[in-house]
Design a protein around this ligand. Structure first.
Ligand code: MG
Ligand code: MG
Ligand code: MG
Length: 305
């Protein structure tokens, strides 16, 4: 029976490529693994897969009775709904420790680096398994995506080192240019439905018993949202009602000027004002230098609940 390697809900490039890379590594080590995904592939991920001839993992949202590895997450909210009926063999992640528990011992590779693919790269090194050229290119892009081309405060020396080594293997000299190309693809929002934008990189968090949803869209120029905000706010309200959430926030992140426009629909906006020490006007506030949800947003919002 195959073991499934799962990426998180609303999968991003780091989780999709990480699941593909871990699957390859585990297969080399003699484990019969298959990568699966729980949702739509984003345009950015599609760009990366096409560039290097990668194949998207198969869509599979139920894992009851299966053995699984988790890549780029470790909490219930981002797992298949029947994860508790699966056996978790391992977690490869770079987020805060989540709320999943296991009945059996597991393999854990969890470290505070900028990308799960940096950890997978170190797994390859530690097992002395060669990374194929195209896979190296995809992993390099995944790290550039998650670290916002090294600009994110989550980026560490381990990430830049991994990118340089992967660039060499993939034969790509100007990896920063490729990173920019990827973010330009990511910035294309025209003609996309509000719900697709809102949930493209969206996570729900249980904050001390209260449910809060936080999405993020990283673009090279915030102008792309000029005529989109009304539509986004409308849908944030709907999403909040549907999910019976306390708050839905959306970070519109400008990776060039390095900061995020925060949009909030909440039962109590003051929690966000306190978290960031800002005044929210018309449900919006500018957060200078904020690029990372995991490092600069969650740790400040969560204590307000
Ligand atoms: Mg991710
Ligand atoms: Mg990640
Ligand atoms: Mg990210």
């Amino acid at each position: 029976m195959s073991i499934y390697v799962i990426s998180h809900t609303n999968p991003d490039t780091d989780s999709i490529v990480g699941s593909i890379a871990l699957t390859y590594l585990k297969n080399q080590l003699g484990e019969d693994c298959v990568a699966i995904r729980q949702g739509k592939i984003s345009p950015e991920t599609e760009f990366v897969l096409n560039k290097f001839g990668g194949v998207a993992p198969v869509l599979k949202t139920s894992v009851a009775g299966e053995e699984v590895y988790l890549v780029d997450f470790g909490d219930l909210a981002q797992s298949p709904s029947d994860i508790k009926e699966a056996t978790i063999l391992g977690i490869i992640d770079h987020h805060k420790l989540g709320d999943l528990t296991t009945d059996t011992p597991l393999e854990c590779w969890i470290r505070p680096v900028g990308s799960s693919n940096t950890i997978v790269k170190e797994m390859f090194d530690s097992y002395k398994i060669e990374i194929p050229k195209d896979l190296a290119g995809m992993m390099m892009c995944a790290i550039l995506s998650d670290t916002v081309i090294f600009k994110s405060p989550t980026c560490t020396k381990a990430d830049t080192k991994a990118v340089k080594e992967l660039a060499k293997i993939s034969g790509i000299e100007d990896y920063k240019a490729l990173g920019m190309e990827m973010f330009i693809v990511k910035s294309e929002v025209e003609g996309t439905a509000a719900r697709d934008l809102l949930t493209r990189d969206y996570k729900e968090f249980n904050m001390n018993g209260t449910q809060v949803g936080i999405g993020q869209l990283e673009v090279v120029d915030l102008k792309v949202f000029d005529n989109k905000k009304e539509m986004l706010f409308e849908d944030m309200k709907k999403l909040k009602e549907e999910g019976n959430l306390h708050s839905v926030a959306l970070l519109l992140t400008d990776i060039m000027i390095e900061g995020s426009q925060l949009l909030v629909v909440s039962d109590d906006e003051s929690k966000f004002e306190k978290a960031f020490n800002v005044t929210i006007e018309n449900h919006e506030a500018w957060l200078p230098k904020v690029l990372s949800r995991k490092k600069q947003v969650i740790p400040f919002v969560q204590p307000q609940f």
